[in-house]
Ligand binder design. Sequence first.
Ligand code: C2E
Ligand code: MG
Ligand code: MG
Length: 678
Amino acid sequence: MPPKTRKLIDTDRYKRLVETSNDLIWSVDAQGRFTFVNDAAARRIYGYSAEEMMGRPFSELMTEEQARQDFEVFERIKQGYKAFNYRTIHLRRDGTPVHLSFNAVVELSPTGEVIGTTGTATDVSDLVRYAAELERSEERYRLLFENATEPIGVAQDGRIVFFNRAVIDATGYEPDEIRSLPFTDLIHPDDRAMVVDRHLRRLRGETLPSTYVLRIVRKGGETRHMNLSGVSIVWDGRPATLNFFSDITARVNAEAELEFQAYHDPLTGLPNRVLFADRLNLALARARRHHEPIAVLYADLDHLKRVNDTLGHTIGDLLLKQAALRFRSTVREEDTVARFGGDEFVVLLSRVKDGGVAARVAEKLIARMNEPMEVGGHTLRVTTSVGVSSWPTDGDDAETLLKNADNALYQSKEHGRNTYRMFAPSMNERVQRRLSMEQSLVKAIKTSQFSLAYQPQHDMRTPRIVGYEALLRWNDEDLGDVPPASFVPLAEETRLIETIGDWVLGRALMDARRFPRHARLAVNVSAIQLRDAKFPARVARLLTAHDFPAGRLELELTESATIADDESIVSVLFELRRMGVRIAVDDFGTGYASLSYLRRLSVDMVKIDKSFIAGVGESPADSAIVLGIMGMAHGLNLLAVAEGVETEAQRDFLSVAGCDIAQGFLLGRPLPIDELGL
Ligand code: C2E
Ligand code: MG
Ligand code: MG
């Protein structure tokens, strides 16, 4: 093809290219006025036709501010650049901005002066908008990520490579430290193996629950519980995990607290019955496997109730706490000490080599508890009774072992407390008997198997009857006649005595209306009844109901050490005496008789115990005791009563000695009301 033809074709082609170009193709002269623009692009980009743009200065297409900036660019260009590219914002005909990317070539005259500039301009408005949008959405994600209160981090190659502010707060480390520390350093040592194992399994493609709990260790050592959910991602082209943490320490602690409460005694923090049973079962399983005996020690603080009643529950609680510490410090670390409530502590001794071990521990416990205790300004001495049962001899399961240790405890209490007893099978029978008697007692109350016998009391000087003592009788269809001495203690222990006592008093007052007008009624009451602050009011109501004068009622209270210390009893007795009721101390001389005791209780009479009366005239010691008690009674202005007078000799001795009132088989046996000959 001849060159000329080719040039023609080329010119046409260029023309077409220029006309159809999306980009603006332009030329300006040295003054910046348009000398050429392609019409289609000019219309599309600016909304002007090529004709309209021709001869107009560049600067008219932009804001003044933009024109100043562009002018500076042009100045720099003139100083040496030949071709350049820059971005600027022009205004369309309708005033809206259009982002343009300019490519330009400077046209120079043969002498090197700038005669114009020519180039292309691409409408990049869309690109700019996309970029802005992208930036905006990135900004949004960044905001979300940064401000998330829960820690989020990307882990890769064992390190946290990307993380938010919450990670810094959660770990307490500086960002640089977080990036440089191996991830495992942040994990609690006990959880590291688990986390690594999960990681490896995930890499092997196993599907694992995506959420799990782990502990992290903050800078400084504090442990926090975290819920972690992780997802596998690709980060910078390589595998990584994206981890979302949430701090569940508060919840875990609350749960631990609840769990602790469910298995521990709130006062002492010792395991409770539930946890003890669990430990005992575990110990039994191990004992069977290794053939190592174990022992259960059931301990009971004697007279805790007295401390509670006289010094208050605060002191009682403090005492229990100290007792718990003593228990704990007396046995080995591996032994369990539990509190079953009240004054009951139970110890589990595992790996007991021989039978002597449990006995020695019981002795040690009792001795340790006997040491004086400083509690809230009081010095208290606590005595403890302990019952011991052992595996394999005394039972094969937790329940039996506990029951038998409790049986043995009951025996040690029967034997004067502050001692221990090893379980013996015979105890079961006794316990059985006791249990069935308790059931019979309950039945006796319901079916009114009780009755009263009355024994006369004689004035020693004028041998006439001055009163009758009501004595409780129980005839059970199976057990026959049960003497009060064998069921009253049980009734006291089970508090059935309150019901029984009320019945006795009501019944006796009813019967007493048949007594001669001057005769008094004596009724035995238990200390348990007198601890009830409402007792005097009940007595008053019954007196009114039966129209019986208070001055003719005598209440007999068996002497015991605890009574004078018991504030509630002292005030109940005081109230009864204020009502006019007389108070007698029964079985005087058997317990802890003392002058101050009698003074403190402010009573009206003492009944000298029949064991001393039995010896008067024969045993010089008994005679001396009886004389001594009588002298003391008279010195305090109290009446002296002798009970259990069986012989003439006894009566004569007592009469000479100045005894006021006598009672006994010699003078009259206890008889039902109908047989008294009234
Ligand atoms: P207590 O109050 O000292 O009663 C005297 C006990 O001595 C009675 O026994 C009576 O039968 C017995 N006795 C009377 N004269 C003689 C005698 O000459 N020789 C002998 N060896 N014994 C004599 P009892 O009825 O078996 O009562 C025993 C204890 O049971 C009473 O001793 C009292 O402490 C208690 N008791 C009896 N009735 C009641 C009651 O209604 N309520 C309470 N809380 N206790 C009661
Ligand atoms: Mg009596
Ligand atoms: Mg008596």
